[in-house]
Design a protein around this ligand. Structure first.
Ligand code: ZN
Length: 155
C-alpha cells in the first residue's frame, strides 16, 4: 500500500537508509549521489549523479535505490542517472569526510595531490598499490606512522 501522505521528505529519509556499496558507513545522501527527489502524482523520480563514471558501483546505485523503493511499496518509479553537473568532493559534507577519516579511509581533499593519513593526519604519504580493498580504492602508506590506509579514488 502506498501511503497517500507520501512526500518528498519521506523519500529523502528512505535514501539515507541506502548505504554506499563501497563504503557502507555512509549512505547515498551523505555521499551526494542523490541529487533530487521528485514526486509526480504517485510516481517517484530519483535523480542521481554517480561519483565516478568508471566506477563499478554505478549500476549498484540504481539497483540499491530501486530495491529500497520496492521495499517501501513503491512500484511506479524511475531512477535517472545524470553525469552533469559532474560530481565533486565538494558535495561531501565535512561531517561525511570526518566519518570516512574515522573509518580509516582518506577522503580526497581540495588539494588533491596531497593525501592525508587517516591515522595521524600527516600528508607525508605514498601510493603503495593501485588496488585497495575495493575497486574504488587505492592502497596508500603513511611515511610518518607507517600505517597503510585506503584512499577513495572514485571520489
Ligand atoms: Zn600516518
Amino acid at each position: 500500500m502506498v501511503s497517500t501522505n507520501l512526500n518528498e521528505k519521506e523519500i529523502w529519509g528512505w535514501m539515507t537508509e541506502v548505504p554506499d556499496p563501497e563504503i557502507p558507513i555512509i549512505n547515498l545522501v551523505e555521499l551526494g549521489v542523490i541529487r533530487a527527489v521528485n514526486l509526480k502524482g504517485n510516481a517517484v523520480e530519483i535523480i542521481i549523479t554517480p561519483t565516478y563514471t568508471g566506477c563499478p558501483a554505478k549500476q549498484l546505485f540504481v539497483d540499491l535505490i530501486s530495491e529500497k523503493l520496492v521495499e517501501k511499496g513503491i512500484n511506479d518509479f524511475e531512477v535517472i542517472s545524470r553525469i552533469h553537473p559532474v560530481w565533486t568532493t565538494d558535495w561531501l559534507s565535512e561531517e561525511t569526510k570526518a566519518k570516512l577519516l574515522k573509518d580509516g579511509i582518506s577522503p580526497p581533499t581540495v588539494h588533491n595531490k596531497k593525501i592525508i593519513c587517516p591515522h595521524c593526519k600527516s600528508y607525508n604519504t605514498v601510493l603503495a598499490s593501485q588496488f585497495g580493498s575495493t575497486p574504488c580504492q587505492s592502497l596508500y602508506k603513511c611515511l610518518e606512522c607507517l600505517e597503510p590506509f585506503n584512499y577513495f579514488k572514485c571520489l
